[in-house]
Design a protein around this ligand. Structure first.
Ligand code: GDG
Length: 467
């Protein structure tokens, strides 16, 4: 079996799975089982943009190779095209997208730089697995360097309807470069279908059997691989001393009242202002919840160098003040907005102490919080998941209460239903979701992608480029 090479914007961490997200856990697992190389940005800016410290994890036969970026590349590639252009467009937010030739050039340039740094490290029997919207054209660039090994790509965020994507200048050329991959994975069958439709309707390709798309000499497997979590580990977290200590603090503070929990990076895709308004709507439409049910929103700041992210945080602070000043009682505060991160074990304790998990993105590739909330519940008395129909997770969690995050009335109704749900129904909904999470976990996700990648044979042919 060949070596696995993973390329992602950020690399690691390799140790302490209590801190690492499901993605890191899944990738470390895949890398260690075949031996491998993990290549990406160091997270550092330096003017030379040279290789960062070359780290070697000898025990696990996994090498981490990280490179720095210079300020100009960071601004046009990361803060520019990746996060001001692709992120909003792929999340259906054309209103927030910035189209700038300099961003587009920076994106291409950084992809070329990553490819030329990776190229000399590749061996003949390697398999390369590229992650996410930062590196969509990477395979095409590697193919121009005569790299022949199988290369796969997984998109962690949504792939929108072609009608939306067509608004991105040069969308056709960008998607065309992606046909240099051998396997392209998406979070949901809808995303995969949108991609196939783009190739057929916009590029003039055709559909083959089993999800394959064809264009000229290229044949690419396009398929959904819904990402999972390390469900069994997550189910154990609430029993750890850290989690229990914090759950006890929370229980004391709640004093028998109930709590709804939300956990999201501060991001305009996560539907946070809409969620706060829907919670206020719950208190208005179902006033018996006043003084009884609070919303705790954990929201670590992210991408704080972008204006859209600063704006959303301010809006949330304003809404919190507004709702709290209107509904607070002497011994009860409706919204607690914690704009900071907590260790994963503490998070698991918060999930378990909360009667409802509220996950209402306006669009989301998958949403791992929905899965973590379910995994952290006590089987004998599980809480209820209220889930946006626009999260990729909704496709595989039909037992959740499905809501339209744009409608405060609908979310309030879903919340009320969750808060009044009898124990037998809560159990009946929770068990099949939990069983599925254990079966379709993070390891299963990475091993099924890698298996398809290994099965793919690279057809030698002319490399497709944006030209
Ligand atoms: C992208 C896609 C897709 C959050 N707060 C804390 C904390 N977190 C952890 C959660 C969860 C992760 O961050 C967030 O994952 P999501 O899936 O919810 O969202 P994105 O960050 O937008 O991720 C998404 C994902 O990639 C994977 O493919 O599901 O759709 O957008 O694991 O628990 N972790 C800690 N403290 C916090 O305060 N330790």
């Amino acid at each position: 079996m060949g070596r696995l090479v993973v390329v992602s914007n950020r690399v690691g961490p390799m140790k302490d799975t209590g801190k690492a997200g499901g993605l890191a856990v899944a990738l470390v697992d895949a890398l260690t089982s075949s031996g491998g190389l993990w290549f990406g940005w160091s997270g550092k800016i330096s003017e030379e943009g040279t290789f960062g410290p070359f780290q070697q994890q000898k025990t696990k036969s996994v090498q981490l190779v990280q490179i720095d970026m210079n300020q100009a590349d960071h601004d046009s590639f990361y803060a520019g095209y990746a996060n001001r252009t692709l992120w909003p467009v792929l999340h259906y937010r054309l209103d927030l997208a910035v189209f700038d030739r300099a961003f587009e050039n920076g994106y291409r340039h950084v992809n070329e730089r990553f490819a030329s740094r990776l190229h000399p490290l590749l061996q003949q029997d390697d398999f390369v697995w590229v992650h996410d919207y930062h590196f969509m054209p990477l395979a095409a660039t590697l193919r121009q360097m005569e790299v022949k090994v199988p290369i796969g790509f997984f998109l962690h965020i949504p792939f929108p309807a072609p009608e939306v994507l067509a608004a991105l200048p040069n969308a056709g050329a960008l998607i065309r470069t992606m046909l240099a991959y051998d396997v392209i994975g998406f979070q949901t069958s809808r995303d995969a279908a949108n991609f196939r439709r783009f190739v057929v309707d916009e590029l003039g390709g055709t559909k083959g059997a089993g999800g394959v798309v064809k264009l000229q000499d290229r044949q690419v497997l396009v398929k959904a691989y819904p990402i999972g979590i390390d469900a069994e580990a997550f189910a154990q977290f609430p029993a750890t001393p850290d989690a229990q200590r914090n759950s006890a603090r929370l229980a004391k503070q709640l004093a028998g009242r109930r709590q709804i929990v939300g956990v999201d990076r501060i991001d305009y895709t996560k539907g946070l202002p809409e969620r706060f308004r829907a919670f206020a709507r719950l208190l208005e439409d179902y006033p018996e919840n006043q003084g009884q049910v609070s919303l705790m929103q954990v929201a670590p700041p992210s991408r704080a160098e972008l204006d859209a992210y600063i704006d959303i945080r301010r809006e949330l602070e304003g809404l919190t003040g507004h709702v709290n000043s209107r509904f607070s009682q002497l011994d009860w505060t409706p919204i607690r907005f914690l704009a900071r991160a907590f260790p994963r074990r503490v998070l698991a304790g918060i999930y378990r102490s909360s009667h409802v998990g509220l996950v209402t993105p306006l669009r989301d590739g998958m949403n791992l919080v929905a899965k973590e909330y379910v995994a952290a519940q006590a089987p004998e008395d599980p809480g209820v998941l209220v889930l946006s129909r626009f999260a990729g997770a909704a496709e595989g969690m039909p037992e959740a209460i499905s809501v339209n995050p744009y409608s405060d009335e609908d979310v309030a109704r879903g919340l009320q239903r969750a808060l009044t749900m009898p124990l037998d129904e809560r159990r009946a909904r929770w068990q099949p979701m939990f069983d599925r999470l254990c079966r379709e976990d993070a390891k299963n996700w990475s091993s099924s992608f890698v298996a398809d990648l290994m099965a793919s044979r690279r057809e030698v042919g002319a490399s497709l480029t944006a030209a």
